[in-house]
Ligand binder design. Structure first.
Ligand code: ADP
Length: 265
């Protein structure tokens, strides 16, 4: 099932969560990025197109400056993201350079998905980059997005991007193997749900844990993201991006994940 799904998908959006990207101390995990670029390179060699949606600007900002961690003031948070975004893209650029792949940055806001003209421009840029062999790396434009107009989490941003680009598959990288019947970080006996056809049915049977320490994301927004793309007939995989060569392992059937199957187009 997973093998076929990934093999048959040409246009793939991969979302990287902060927990996946960062080490315990908040610094950017170079090993993870190196392995990610290697896997993306393999996919591209097989004729696939990849768009990345990446969190981690704030965490990279904190790691770079070593202060402002506890500042709650909006402007400080935005300033941290502004500093961290540069670090983040620098880290991506270095690892992709090893595979002779160029990257392009796209910073988006909620408005960009509501305004027809902007949406069209984003689509065109996205298609141009990808057609030219560039890997676009998308993040929310935190310096202009105040709370009221924010998309708020990159699970949603990744789902909106997948719909906008008409992707064949959305893959969310997190630090757990998929959706469990209860939070696996707390309950050792939590069981992985491998296939989801009915999202409302799933929500009625599992315990949804709280949002993460950044106050964003959590498993709830991942399930919402699945709903958003499934409505467009795009399937979604939630998997543990922290595991080395995870995409290749999923293709080879040696690792498990959750597949939100969606409707056939
Ligand atoms: P990311 O930074 O990768 O976006 P989040 O921390 O936002 O990840 O969300 C993933 C976390 O959600 C997991 O690490 C897990 O602790 C928590 N969680 C809560 N309930 C569940 C559940 N039922 N199944 C899986 N994970 C859950």
């Amino acid at each position: 099932m997973l093998t076929e799904l990934i093999k048959n998908s040409k246009k793939i959006v991969i979302k990287i969560g902060s927990n996946t990207l960062a080490n315990e101390d908040g610094s950017i995990c170079r090993d993870f990025l190196q392995n990610l670029s290697k896997q993306v390179h393999t996919l591209v060699e097989e004729g696939k197109q990849v768009v990345i949606v990446s969190s981690g600007a704030r965490i990279a900002g904190v790691a770079t400056l070593g202060r402002w961690m506890r500042k709650e003031d909006m402007h400080y948070k935005q300033a941290l993201c502004s500093i961290g975004q540069v670090e983040l893209m620098d880290a991506y650029r270095r690892v992709f350079e090893d595979h002779h792949i160029h990257i392009g940055q796209m910073l988006l806001t909620r408005d960009d998905f509501c305004d027809r003209n902007r949406t069209l421009n984003i689509r065109n840029t996205l298609f141009t980059l990808v057609d030219e062999g560039v890997v676009p790396i998308i993040n929310e434009n935190d310096t202009v997005s105040v709370e009221e107009i924010k998309i708020g989490d990159n699970d949603t941003l990744a789902a909106l991007t997948a719909n906008l680009w008409n992707a064949d598959l959305l893959i969310l990288f997190s630090d757990i193997d998929g959706v469990y019947d209860k939070n696996p970080k707390i309950h050792k006996d939590a069981e992985l749900v491998e296939r989801v056809r009915d999202i409302e049915g799933l929500l009625a049977t599992i315990e949804v844990g709280e949002v993460n320490s950044f106050g964003t994301g959590g498993i709830a927004t991942k399930i919402e993201a699945a709903k958003t793309v499934n409505n467009y007939g795009i399937p979604m995989i939630l998997t543990n991006g922290k595991k080395e060569d995870i995409l290749l392992k999923l293709i080879n059937g040696v690792e498990k994940a959750t597949v939100f199957e969606g409707m056939k187009r």
